[in-house]
Design a protein around this ligand. Structure first.
Ligand code: GLC
Length: 710
């Protein structure tokens, strides 16, 4: 449709029709629902009314959605097609590693391939919009949704966000195999107080803008189509009714002109937050704040029309919101083809196809993180190996948002080892109970692999934990095994960094496998047996204990920084009982090879406004196997008009080095990279001294100094 035709359509619509376009319901209102993604709610509607709403949540399947679209268009007086939206978070039928793992690949291009594959599957199943990527920065693993995030760093999250949006949308999401992307949850949902889901946040303006908004800004710049509001408050105002957040920051400052949708029931939740009087008040506040679609609440449906008719709400706000939705439908080509890519044939062709299974496996090769290896890895097929723990044969490892995945198709760690290494002498003991039989099998093994941590039921929405240590059962299992055999390799599954300091001291080797997806355990098996050289890097710090949370490498000096020393130091900023730094830091991960970094060299030490500094290091792969290395650039602004973090990730190059290969890697440093929000919230750089590091992880000491003189 042309814009003029959209405008004509809007003019012809009644106020009631317009309001119905601003409502999103799940399949339960259409007589069938196989997936709930929020509390069960019900509200008064005529049997026909659901078919007149503008968008549907969570429904999927080509045949089903074509039939549903026919009914909807038939019952719409202007036959306006509905939008079908679903949580395609890290895959549709093929589950890729969960986002915290995708972040650990330190490979934005991989992230783009993953969402491109997901879009191919989901669009063939008739879905138009993915509620993905979730771009919330997170530094507190008590929060169960850290599983959905690409981690603790603003810069890495921004690269991952823009890449994932591009994978979903391509250059034109109206094309076959592409879909609209909806980022979430705007904003700063990862900062919920005490890591408890749905809680309030208490953030300074600087922290909001410097840390939490960076990934959203990058996604908007990348052309994301929709933004979902968050459940939490910012500055004691629920995000969904927060006008400054949605209109001043998202639309004015960031330039977003797409559709804003509330999270599930979040419009009405402004009542339980205590900032709206009732559904009518909540509807008024949310519409004035700039929330276009009310997902799964009756506020808009039951109140917007009377608010306009009573002169309490301008119809122009309704018209703006409806037009944004009509424009999105038009960009998807729904007025010409209401089914878009829905095709039973393509569903069969793309869903869980060999190409996507292969990508799921290759992705896990880059997301699994080797944290410790005192020599037991890699294994060989002559060793007598015992694999212990229920997670070794669990298919609950695809993530709690793998809503559409057929779990029977998930490859477990046991399946993968048996299939890929049939000649290996492996005894599987896939349970967590400590028995004499188990201990005697373990005792006689050359090596024991323990599969511990959390399955997908332990992380995800609302699954917050105040204690992030290993479960009692798994701690006891580890100690019982370790007592009879010191040659232990521990594989941690899960969607959050756990606090495992005691285990990390004792285990010979430690692997963070995250929740590796449909075929990720093939990668795990290949890493265990050395066919794949691990290259994952932590996207989120692993703390010593929950008491360190929230934690990030990008910390501040404070007025009394702790000197470089072990143990407690009085009258400086430190703990009596644990270090300030995490057990394993952001960006950390080992390989089976050793990569040596040369000292950093700069082509100049003074940077002027329109110039650049080239910072170089030469890497050498000192081993006889190829390796993938995530070369990281960090920068520190030594003094600013506000305090500045001791280092911030500002560049990344993931390279492959053949055995013995030497390669020089260059980073260009520009004035723009040094900008921050100054004391008056102006986004500027300030003259002065800087230090940069180029190294293997966020603790690297490989540095050089330079000055900015604009
Ligand atoms: C849930 C989640 C959100 C999801 C939405 C729709 O409550 O917070 O991430 O997209 O509802 O399922």
């Amino acid at each position: 449709m042309k814009k003029s035709e959209l405008e004509k359509l809007l003019e012809e619509m009644t106020l009631s029709e317009k309001v119905e376009q601003l409502v999103q319901l799940h399949g339960g209102f259409f007589g069938n629902i196989d997936i709930y993604t929020g509390p069960v709610v019900d509200f008064k509607m005529t049997p026909e009314q659901p078919y007149r709403t503008g968008s549907i949540l969570g429904e999927h399947g080509a045949a089903h959605l074509k039939e549903l679209q026919d009914k909807i268009m038939e019952k719409q007086s202007h036959h306006i097609p509905a939008l079908f939206m679903a949580d395609v978070i890290h895959g549709y039928k093929t589950a890729f590693p969960v986002p915290i793992a995708i972040g650990s690949s330190f490979n934005p291009e991989l992230a783009e391939k993953i969402t491109s594959a997901a879009a191919k599957e989901a669009s063939a199943a008739g879905v138009h919009v993915a509620f993905s990527p979730m771009v919330d920065l997170v530094r507190d693993s008590r929060w169960g949704r850290c599983m959905e995030s690409t981690g603790e760093d603003p810069w890495l999250n921004a690269r991952m966000a823009e890449s994932q949006v591009k994978g979903f949308q391509g250059e034109n999401f109206g094309e076959n195999g592409k879909m609209a992307s909806c980022i979430k949850h705007f904003a700063a949902y990862g900062a919920v107080q005490s890591g408890r889901d749905y809680n309030v946040t208490e953030l300074s303006e600087h922290t909001l803008f410097e840390d939490y908004l960076v990934s959203y800004r990058a996604a908007v710049k990348a052309g994301v189509s929709m933004v979902m509001t968050a459940f939490n408050t910012i500055d004691r105002k629920p995000c969904t009714t927060n006008k400054r957040l949605l209109r001043d920051i998202l639309r004015e400052d960031m330039g977003f002109d797409g559709v804003v949708i509330s999270d599930y029931g979040a419009v009405s939740e402004s009542i339980t937050h205590g900032s709206s009087e009732n559904h009518r008040d909540a509807a008024k506040k949310a519409m004035e704040a700039g929330c276009d679609i009310d997902m799964m609440s009756e506020c808009y449906l039951q109140n917007l029309e009377s608010l306009v008719n009573d002169g309490e709400l301008s119809e122009s706000l309704i018209d703006e919101a409806v037009m944004r939705i009509l424009v999105l439908k038009n960009k998807l080509g729904l007025f010409e083809n209401p089914y878009k890519d829905a095709s039973e044939e393509d569903e069969k062709k793309y869903c869980f196809c060999d190409e996507h299974k292969k990508l799921s496996r290759e992705a896990a090769e880059e997301t699994i993180v080797l944290l410790k290896n005192d020599g037991l890895l890699p294994l060989n097929e002559k060793q007598k190996i015992a694999v212990v723990g229920s997670l070794a044969d669990s298919s609950e490892i695809t993530g709690s948002w793998a809503l559409f995945v057929d779990k029977s198709q998930t490859v477990t760690m046991k399946n993968a080892i048996e299939e890929l290494y049939p000649n290996a002498d492996v005894t599987f003991i896939p349970f967590d109970e400590i028995t004499e039989k188990m201990l005697s099998d373990v005792k006689t093994a050359d090596v024991v692999i323990l599969a511990l941590g959390e399955d997908q039921s332990q992380t995800g929405e609302s699954f917050s934990k105040a204690d992030i240590s290993l479960s009692k059962v798994h701690s006891e299992l580890f100690n019982a095994v370790y007592d009879v055999n010191k040659n232990v390799i521990t594989v941690l599954f899960g969607g959050r960094p756990l606090a495992v300091p005691e285990l990390a001291k004792k285990t010979n080797s430690l692997i963070e496998a995250w929740l590796p997806g449909s075929c990720g355990c093939y990668a795990l098996a290949d890493i265990l047996f050395g066919k794949v050289n691990p290259s994952g890097r932590l996207s989120m710090s692993m703390p010593y204990c929950v008491g360190q949370l929230p934690i990030s490498y990008s910390a501040f000096s404070t007025g009394r920084p702790k000197p470089k020393m072990d143990g407690f130091c009085p009258y400086v900023s430190n703990y009596m009982d644990v270090p300030n730094v995490p057990l394993y830091p952001f960006g950390y991960g080992l390989s089976y090879s050793e990569v040596e970094y040369s000292a950093v060299s700069l082509d100049k030490n003074i940077l002027s406004k329109n110039d650049k500094i080239t910072a170089s290091v030469t890497l050498e792969n000192k081993s006889n196997i190829a390796v993938k290395e995530a070369v990281q650039l960090y920068i520190r602004d030594i003094k600013g008009s506000v305090v500045r973090p001791m280092r911030e990730l500002k560049g990344l190059q993931k390279i492959s080095l053949e055995a013995g290969e030497k390669r020089t890697v260059d980073f260009e440093i520009t004035e723009a990279m040094l900008r921050f929000y100054d004391a008056d919230m102006n986004y500027v750089s300030e003259n002065g001294d800087f230090t940069l590091w180029i190294g293997h992880d966020s603790m690297t000491e490989n540095c050089a100094d330079f000055r900015l003189e604009k």
